[in-house]
Design a protein around this ligand. Structure first.
Ligand SMILES: Nc1nc2c(ncn2[C@@H]2O[C@H](COP(=O)(O)OP(=O)(O)O)[C@@H](O)[C@H]2O)c(=O)[nH]1
Ligand SMILES: [Mg+2]
Ligand SMILES: [Zn+2]
Length: 289
C-alpha cells in the first residue's frame, strides 16, 4: 500500500499526496467514510489497482474539531482591528493548543489600519506569556517573513474570525493568489468564503492550511477543575495558592487572583477565564451531573 497525506477533500473525493510527492484522487473504503472519519491532514494508506482507495488511517498526532484538521504542529491565530477581536475565541484556541500540545502563534493582521499599535500592545499583554505575538500586514507583506521562519518545516493551520485576513495571509505567504479573499460586508459572505480545508505547501516541508472563518471554536470538554492547567501563564503563581487543586475562582488566598490584583497577570484574560470556567462547568454538569 502507498502511504500519503490527505491534502484536500471535496464531495467524498480525497486528494492524497504520497510520500513520493505524487498526487492521487482517492475514494475511501466505505467503513472509513461512513463514520466521517477522514480529515485533511490524515496520514492514510492507499491501495492502488487502477482506482485508488484509502484503506487505512494512521493514528493521529493531533486533531482539531471545527475546523477539522489533523496532524498539525501548531495554529496561527489571526486577530485584527477589524472585525473587532474576539479574545474569548482566541483564549479557547490557546486552550486547545495546550490540550493538543500545539504551538500557538498570534498574528495581529492589518497593521496598516489605525488602532493597530494599540491592539498589538494589548495582544502582547494578553498573550505574550503564552504565545509568539507577531504584527503582520498581508496587504503589504510586513511580518510575513517572520511568520514564515516560525512555521518552517512544520504544518500550521490558520484560524480566527471571518474576514481577519487568513486567506490573504496565505496568499502573502505563498506569494500568489491561492486563496479567494472575501470582503468584510455580510452580503459577500458565502461568495468568497473558504469552504473547505486545504493543505498548501510553501516549500522545504512547510505546510499551511486555511480554514473557513468561524465564530465558534469548540474545545473538547474538560473537567473545569483542570481548565486552569491550560493557562500556562498562571503556572508561576499557582504554587502560592493555599489550596491544592485551587480553581482560582472562589477560593481564598489564591496566588493567581493575587497576581491579577497586582497587575502581574492580565485582568481581562483572567475575567474571560472565569467565563470559560463557567461555560465548562455548565457543559460538565449537563454531561455528568
Ligand atoms: N487593510 C488591510 N486589509 C486586509 C489585510 N489583509 C486582508 N485584508 C482584507 O480583509 C478582508 C478579508 O480578508 P480574507 O483574507 O478573505 O479574510 P478571511 O475571511 O480571514 O480569510 C478582505 O477585504 C481583505 O482585502 C491587511 O493586511 N490590511
Ligand atoms: Mg478565507
Ligand atoms: Zn488559585
Amino acid at each position: 500500500m502507498i502511504r500519503g497525506q490527505i491534502v484536500k477533500e471535496t464531495g467524498g473525493r480525497f486528494f492524497v499526496k504520497t510520500d513520493d510527492g505524487e498526487r492521487m484522487v482517492c475514494s475511501a473504503r466505505g467503513k472509513l467514510k461512513e463514520k466521517g472519519e477522514l480529515y485533511v491532514g490524515d496520514i492514510v494508506f492507499v491501495d492502488d489497482d487502477g482506482s485508488p482507495v484509502i484503506e487505512k488511517l494512521a493514528p493521529r498526532e493531533s486533531m482539531l474539531v471545527r475546523p477539522y484538521v489533523s496532524n498539525i504542529d501548531g495554529i496561527i491565530i489571526v486577530l485584527a482591528v477589524q472585525p473587532r477581536p474576539d479574545f474569548l475565541l482566541a483564549d479557547k484556541m490557546i486552550v486547545g493548543c495546550v490540550q493538543q500540545q500545539l504551538d500557538a502563534i498570534v498574528c495581529v493582521n492589518k497593521c496598516d489600519l489605525d488602532g493597530s499599535d494599540e491592539l498589538v500592545a494589548k495582544v502582547k499583554t494578553e498573550y505574550g506569556a503564552v504565545a509568539d505575538v507577531v504584527p503582520v500586514c498581508a496587504a503589504d507583506g510586513t511580518g510575513m517573513q517572520v511568520v514564515r521562519e516560525m512555521v518552517k518545516g512544520r504544518f500550521f493551520c490558520l484560524a480566527g474570525q471571518s474576514a481577519v485576513g487568513k486567506s490573504s495571509m496565505i496568499n502573502a505567504l505563498c506569494g500568489g493568489d491561492r486563496m479567494a479573499v472575501g470582503g468584510l460586508g455580510k452580503n459577500l459572505r458565502g461568495r468568497h468564503t473558504t469552504r473547505h480545508v486545504e493543505i498548501i505547501e510553501l516549500g522545504d516541508g512547510t505546510k499551511i492550511a486555511d480554514t473557513c472563518g468561524f465564530s465558534r471554536y469548540e474545545i473538547p470538554l474538560v473537567d473545569p477543575a483542570t481548565l486552569s492547567g491550560c493557562y500556562v501563564d498562571f503556572d508561576e503563581y499557582r504554587n502560592q495558592c493555599r489550596f491544592r487543586g485551587c480553581t482560582h475562582t472562589v477560593e481564598e488566598c489564591c496566588g493567581v487572583k493575587e497576581a491579577v490584583a497586582e497587575g502581574k497577570l492580565p485582568e481581562e484574560r483572567y475575567q474571560r477565564y472565569l467565563a470559560l470556567y463557567d461555560e465548562m462547568s455548565r457543559r460538565w454538569e449537563k454531561r455528568y451531573g
